[in-house]
Write a protein that binds this ligand. Sequence first.
Ligand code: HEC
Length: 148
Amino acid sequence: MAQQQNSSRLTLIITIVVAIVLIIVIWPLSMIGKGSVKTGSGDEVDLRIQPVARLELAKAAAAKSDGKPRDGATVYNSVCMACHASGAAGAPKAGDKAAWAPRIATGTAALITSVTNGKNAMPAKGGSPDLTDGEIKAAVEHLVNLSK
Ligand code: HEC
């Protein structure tokens, strides 16, 4: 008789433990979509990935400035070509010797200054503020070489 009582108490304890485990596991799942554990809208997702995204952007920027400097052709192709390949915004076209001759005659230093500070329709640094002085010089030299 005593043994039977013990085993039914054991059953009761197991039932309670299982119930507690179920509550711990199932209750948070039922909170998805309403309570603290949200699946979230796009904005909330943006907000949550923001620290990571910011870190990635910072890493990308750092890789550009303290990594290897981009060579003239790379800078030209990614930044300057937008205007200087087509002559957009009145930019002297790469390879247009007549347009470049008088500019080249002012000297590379003057051309570099124009690019660094901007000139008329050309924004400072060609609109790419992350360019280093060395990268600007290389891009100017590349553009001049294409055009003389
Ligand atoms: C948004 C268009 C645009 C971009 C991008 C651009 N340029 Fe220009 N660039 C111009 C225009 C327009 C001029 C003509 C400015 C003037 O003389 O009125 C010009 C002129 C120049 C000149 C001649 C400056 C002078 O003193 O005569 C050089 C050199 C030059 N660009 C180099 C570059 C380089 C290198 C890049 C990339 C880093 C670049 N540009 C990006 C529009 C652009």
